[in-house]
Design a protein around this ligand. Structure first.
Ligand code: PLP
Length: 365
């Protein structure tokens, strides 16, 4: 039977695989697979969300003006140049949609965020994968991939799923060497986990340069993943182009209100950053103690640690055994990491528990 045929570039997309929250047999276990905030959501954000349920019959503010204003005040930005999306995922798609199409190339690093390839293929552009340097972003490798067809470069900083971080000088060097007609997207989904003095200055570049867009999210440290709120900052012309292709009401009322309240919850964010730093350091150090069994932790600046299995116990074996023990982590064979497990930092109890289980698995118990 004949039927409509989807575009070939759409059928070339490998669907995004989200982190799991249940085992194969349906047991609910500790979810350390999606880099969510183990401390939950700030109480003021939950209250704002609940309050917004009083006006469910109304469309949201399509211009998200209060949210843009709150973001602008918080970060010292021009509210007119804030774009927002159904998660920062949508903002990434908006950049690809505004700047690339069939015949164009979009560069991202190997072991980069899975959405970049989907965003490139979705618009018919060609994804170009730059080699990593020991799992980290390699600026020279990215620059070597640039051709006259390059339109967009996506760099997550810190990167997911590796947790690696490119210093300010490296980001500056990348920007300085890119042709001005290439849009550089710095995806800062984990920026709030970085200490102020380590900041990569990407937002500063987005403020001043004509070819830099920074994306941010409320899904990670702000604990609002369920509401799908992300934003971006870039040149006025880019923001204007992206507005043309975004869905008209792409951020919900409750999401906007919760995000505004979350921006003001400094104590919650500070506690979340401290908690993460403490337990990330602890997890990293404990994994390193299993070095003689071939385990190693990639140094992370995010809210997760990528653990590599280079010895007799495979990542797949550990993944299944951890699931059995009540911990779901992320195994990423689809992203070229069959030898790695990405473990999100959980509560103190979860983090100690997943590590104890990992020790037993490696010991063959
Ligand atoms: C989680 C994540 C995002 C997107 O999150 P949203 O929930 O869509 O805002 C974007 N980039 C990276 C690197 C991420 O890890």
């Amino acid at each position: 039977m004949t039927a409509p045929i989807p575009k070939p570039w759409v059928m070339a997309i490998a669907p995004y695989v989200p982190g799991r929250s249940k085992t194969d047999d349906g047991r609910k276990v500790a979810k350390l697979s999606s880099n969510e905030n183990p401390l939950g959501t700030a109480p003021e954000a939950r209250a704002a969300f609940a309050e917004a349920s009083q006006t469910l019959e109304r469309y949201p503010d399509a211009g998200a003006s209060e949210l843009r204003e709150a973001i602008a005040v918080k970060h010292g930005l021009d509210p007119a140049r804030v774009i927002y999306g159904t998660g920062s995922d949508e903002v990434l798609h908006l950049v690809a949609g505004a700047y690339a199409g069939p015949g164009d190339e979009i560069i991202f690093v190997r072991y980069g965020f899975a959405v970049y390839e989907i965003a490139a293929r979705r618009v018919g552009a060609t994804p170009v994968v730059a080699p990593d340097r020991d799992y980290a972003t390699d600026v020279d490798a990215i620059l070597a991939c640039v051709t006259p067809a390059t339109r967009v470069v996506f760099v997550a900083n810190p990167n997911n799923p590796t947790g690696t971080f490119a210093a300010r000088e490296e980001i500056a060097r990348l920007h300085a060497a890119l042709p001005r007609e290439v849009m550089l997207v710095i995806d800062q989904a984990y920026a709030e986990y970085i200490r102020a003095e380590e900041d990569d200055h990407a937002l500063e570049l987005a403020r001043t340069e004509s070819n830099v867009i920074v994306t941010r999210t409320f899904s990670k440290i702000y604990g609002l993943a369920a509401e799908r709120i992300g934003w971006g900052y870039g040149p006025a012309a880019a923001v204007e182009a992206m507005h043309r292709i975004r869905a008209p009401f792409n951020v919900t009322t409750a999401g906007q209100q919760a995000a505004i309240a979350a921006l003001a919850a400094d104590d919650f964010v500070d506690n979340s950053r401290d908690h993460n730093a403490t337990w990330r350091a602890w997890l990293t150090q404990e994994v390193e103690k299993l070095g003689n069994a071939g385990l190693r932790a990639v140094p992370s600046k995010a809210n997760f640690v990528l653990v590599l299995f280079e010895g007799p116990v495979s990542a797949e074996t550990a993944y299944k055994a951890l699931m059995e023990a009540g911990y779901i982590v992320r195994w990423l064979p689809g992203q070229g990491l069959p030898h790695g497990l990405r473990i999100s930092i959980g509560t103190a109890e979860e983090t100690q528990g997943v590590m104890a289980a990992l020790r037993r698995i490696v010991a063959g118990e």
